[in-house]
Design a protein around this ligand. Sequence first.
Ligand code: PMV
Length: 333
Amino acid sequence: MNDSSHARVRPRGCRATAHSNIALAKYWGKRDTERNLPDVPSLSLTLAGLSTISSVRFAPDARADQVELNGEPAEPGTLAKVSALLDRVRAEAGITWRAEVSSSNDFPTASGLASSASGFAALALAALGAAGLSRPNAVVSALARASSVSAARSVFGGFVTLEAGAEHAEPLDTGTRAAQLEMVIAVTQTTPKKVGSTQGMLRTQHTSPYYEGWRTSAPRIYSELRQALLAGHLETVGEAMEQSALNMHASMFAASPPLVYLSPATLAVMQCVQELRAAGTFAYFTMDAGPHVKVLTLPEHAASVRRAIETIPGVLRVIMSGVGAAARVLGDA
Ligand code: PMV
């Protein structure tokens, strides 16, 4: 044990927050499983309306890492992932102390609402802070990415890109038109998903005959979406976003055993979005590894999108969100 390193540890711990993000151009598939590097580029929107607060305190007297999620002890799988991130921070800081971690989300956990994204981004920031380390955002993003690829993007606010094979995400400066975009989220389930995203994407990569089609189409959709976003061509952004989600889900459907994350309520919301659009409303859908539907819209259409989807059977709750800020330290834990 190195006492001088332990001396840097923040005795009262560190509390940090991060927002979730929704990929407009999706990541699905790993280039390097060991290092957890993405096989395709992705582009996301950080969401103000969905966030996690995490606290980390390194304790000289603790015998093992203790992790609490939404007030409950974490399951063994989650505990192992959190300890792996803490181990990286301990190695970097030259410390050995175990940690007390608590994390809470203001939205349903592990159901396809990207709780791992905000969770690991907040944890990375809080753990570095608690260890007395101050690191640039790119390093925080790489640390979060090693635990969950999408978490790399939640370190930044606004629109964020993560290139194929990249270690860390980068913010994308899009200008004012894109910054008005909003998400209306139809929550259609509150229980955790049956197949987690890592397991799901490895199954898709190894068994789906359409994975190759996804892998080759994803970079093209990503570039088109990125260009449209920079040019303020928001209809093209919406079209590319739908294409990305549908191509990804098509590759999942064809996995063996098949991965069907969508439910009847998902399809009903997708259909409603198409009808809204036909009637002149700016509305486009996307879905991740879960049945919720995230509808991209503009402030002047957000209330009518909400009204249209909240009465659909199977829609349990609607969350509205504008563009969120970067992850940040809140203070002592
Ligand atoms: O990095 P993970 O394990 O949270 O995987 C995220 C996968 C998707 O949400 C489906 C797509 C994405 O880019 O966020």
